[in-house]
Design a protein around this ligand. Structure first.
Ligand code: C5P
Length: 217
């Protein structure tokens, strides 16, 4: 049986936040704990798959049997995903990638004295969109992304599903960050919609690992 028809697959998972350096001791980041991505990696190993986990800085132990690659910034995560994506059958992009990074990384510490006034501002530039940039080479790989929305969730998640050429998007809210339980809607490219309410991330991960390619086109 070919790996893409079932059986043991190569599964790539991203998890955690990214960290965007301002100076040697400061950075921008978000509240992502990495729990969802690590739960997916664990569930994928339990299902018999070969798993690579690309993780931002988190305080979690690597699940048994998982190959872990640590990264810090969005650009490092992009390079690691680009390197591993061609070999994989399935990508779960659970990482909460910072949308922006400081335009310049200061070599020395940003000192109050250098600013010399009450207000200071930080110039930011957009980070690369990891999913968006690999979509062209997606082929028949299964791509599952996440969308954390605070308003108008269904519409925004569907828009991301289309724009980033995902097969499924997992919609959740800010309460999912750093929580043990989560409520999600899983929207498929085929128009399907499934809701899981107040489940452990482990249970959600098991459902996600069991997803099959939506039949459209
Ligand atoms: O941040 P946003 O809600 O657009 O994220 C949607 C999906 O795109 C998530 O799966 C996230 O991991 C991914 N993403 C990405 N590169 C970014 C921002 C988000 O791959 N720069």
């Amino acid at each position: 049986m070919s790996p893409r028809e079932g059986g043991r697959k190569k599964v790539l998972v991203t998890a955690g936040p990214t960290r965007e350096r301002i100076d040697p001791v400061r950075y921008l980041t978000n509240d992502s704990s990495g729990k969802m991505g690590f739960a997916i990696a664990e569930a994928a190993v339990a299902a018999g798959h070969e798993v690579t986990l690309i993780s931002g800085p988190v305080e979690l132990e690597t699940p048994k049997g998982v190959k872990r690659v640590n990264v810090e910034s969005a650009r490092e995560m992009l390079a690691a995903v680009r390197g591993a994506f061609p070999e994989c059958d399935t990508l779960f992009m659970a990482a909460a990638v910072c949308d922006f990074r400081p335009a310049r990384r200061l070599r020395g510490k940003w000192r109050k004295k250098d600013v010399g006034q009450e207000r200071a501002s930080l110039e930011l530039i957009s980070n690369p969109d990891i999913l968006g940039s690999i979509a062209r080479r997606k082929g028949d790989r299964l791509v599952v992304g996440f969308a954390l929305e605070t308003a108008d969730g269904l519409r925004r998640a569907r828009e991301k599903l289309e724009r980033k050429r995902m097969d499924y998007v997992v919609l959740n809210g800010p309460s999912a960050l750093n929580a043990a339980k989560t409520s999600v809607k899983i929207l498929g490219r085929d128009g399907s919609q499934r809701e899981l309410v107040n489940r452990t991330k482990r249970a959600v991960a098991k459902t996600l690992v069991g997803l099959r390619a939506p039949s459209v086109d």
